[in-house]
Design a protein around this ligand. Structure first.
Ligand code: UDP
Length: 415
């Protein structure tokens, strides 16, 4: 069976104070014609990573808007998720490719999952490559199918893209974060550009008193009196954790008290996580000022909130990134960010708005040093960043864009 993820319902009106009355009223207006609409979101994991983060917040709000929203995950073995991670890596420009045997595993698991798609829906939204095959395998044509790509697919492996292209063609629409992520040779019926967003009221992002944040980190074992750099990420090569450590070491030459926390979560659908974790541990082993924390040792949403708030600088040195929720989460908390000039990040952070964009270890270290040496400038940048998040990257805007797309597609493809 596709696994049901039960998340309840929450109230959109609570978002008035952060997103504004106009955004909430507009959503209610958009939802008026979509009452009772049956929407299914399918992804690969109920926790770990940005997609789960968004669905956890979005589905309960869709329900408050009168939409019959469900969230399900595609079940798979480690072997299946190793294959889908290889596909993910290839779409992000990795060169290892995907073997014939791996494609077989992908097809077999997808076929088993497709047999178990039950129920009737008006809209099915499939997230990322893991459940992508479902559309062509589920023969029924009684719903509008949307593929939501969260990946930086601006420079995909052509051979892997060629295998996926016919699958994309079966969808009524595909949604990307940036126009440059949409593969030119594989257009489905319609291509839409919708950037993701963060939930300002989730435990990860809600206002956490500065003293409480400090207490939480003190308990975790960080020296709260010394400067702290933080990167919050799945343990993934595209997030360049070793580059972050290298940049931290350059900073430490000038500011010896500085500490670095790498906070990472393990996701069900990312079997590479432990391997990358071991590489980081080995690299960091000789330095007690580098901390490695994971969700498996109790670093959850509140702790991430505390890290992003208390850090002097948040780093997100991604080499590829669809849209780094973590960048927007940190900016929203008024913390300056130094982030890789990659994929969707320049949309979230302009030089001088929220922090700085960088392309190399050295540049990363320089910009971090600038911010550590001039905290007032850091605060100024972060406040400008917070305003950008308020205007463009809060959840009600994302839901509004999606409802608009559903309404348009249903007009073109009436049930
Ligand atoms: N995250 C977390 N704990 C961790 C690491 C990451 O809760 O130890 C969350 C992070 O706060 C963010 C999401 O996982 O909400 C990661 O989303 P992002 O878009 O930055 O990257 P992705 O993992 O989707 O590539």
């Amino acid at each position: 069976m596709l696994q049901n993820v039960e998340v309840g319902r929450s109230s959109l009106d609570k978002y008035r104070s952060t997103a504004g009355d106009a955004a909430v009223d507009e959503l209610r207006r958009l939802a008026q014609t979509l009452q009772g609409l049956r929407v299914l979101h399918v992804n690969a994991t109920p926790y770990g990573g940005g997609v789960a983060e968004i669905l956890r917040s979005e589905v309960p709000l869709l329900r408050d808007l009168g939409i019959v929203a469900r969230w399900k995950t595609i079940p798979g073995s480690n072997e299946f998720f190793a294959v889908t991670k290889a596909i993910h890596n290839a779409l992000q420009g990795g060169t290892r490719g995907v073997t014939e045997r791996e494609w077989e595993i992908y097809e077999q698991t997808s076929a088993q999952a497709a047999e178990q798609v039950e129920g009737s829906y008006d809209i099915v939204v499939v997230h990322d490559p893991q459940p992508l095959m479902l559309r062509s395998l589920v023969g029924r044509r009684d719903a509008v199918w949307i593929w939501r790509c969260h990946i930086d697919s601006s420079e995909p492996d052509p051979a892997v893209l060629a295998r996926l292209a016919p699958l994309l063609g079966d969808y009524d629409a595909a949604v990307y974060t940036l126009g440059s992520f949409a593969p030119p040779d594989a257009p489905p019926g319609r291509v839409e550009i919708i950037p993701p967003a963060i939930d300002p009221l989730s435990p990860k992002n809600l206002d956490l008193d500065a003293d409480l944040a400090t207490e939480v980190l003190d308990w975790i074992g960080v020296d709260v009196a010394r400067p702290l750099l933080v990167q919050v990420s799945r343990f993934d090569h595209w997030k360049d954790p070793l580059g972050v450590i290298a940049a931290y070491r350059l900073v430490k030459r000038r500011i010896p008290q500085v500490q670095l926390a790498l906070v990472g979560s393990m996701a069900l659908d990312d079997p590479e996580g432990w391997q990358v974790y071991r590489e980081i541990s080995a690299d960091a082993a000789d330095d007690p000022d580098i901390y490695l924390f994971t969700n498996l040792t109790g670093v959850g949403n509140i702790e991430v909130n505390a890290f992003q708030r208390h850090a002097d600088v948040v780093i997100q040195k991604s080499l590829r990134e669809g849209f780094g929720l973590v960048v927007t989460e940190a900016t929203w908390k008024g913390t300056p960010v130094v982030a890789g000039r990659a994929g969707g990040i320049p949309l979230q952070l302009a030089d001088g708005v929220g922090g700085h964009l960088v392309g190399s270890v050295e540049e990363c270290a320089e910009r971090v040093l600038d911010l550590l040496l001039d905290p007032a400038e850091g605060r100024r940048l972060a406040l400008a960043g917070r305003e950008l998040v308020r205007r463009r990257f809060l959840l009600p805007r994302l839901i509004g864009d999606e409802l608009q797309l559903y309404a348009d597609l249903l007009k073109q493809n009436p049930p």
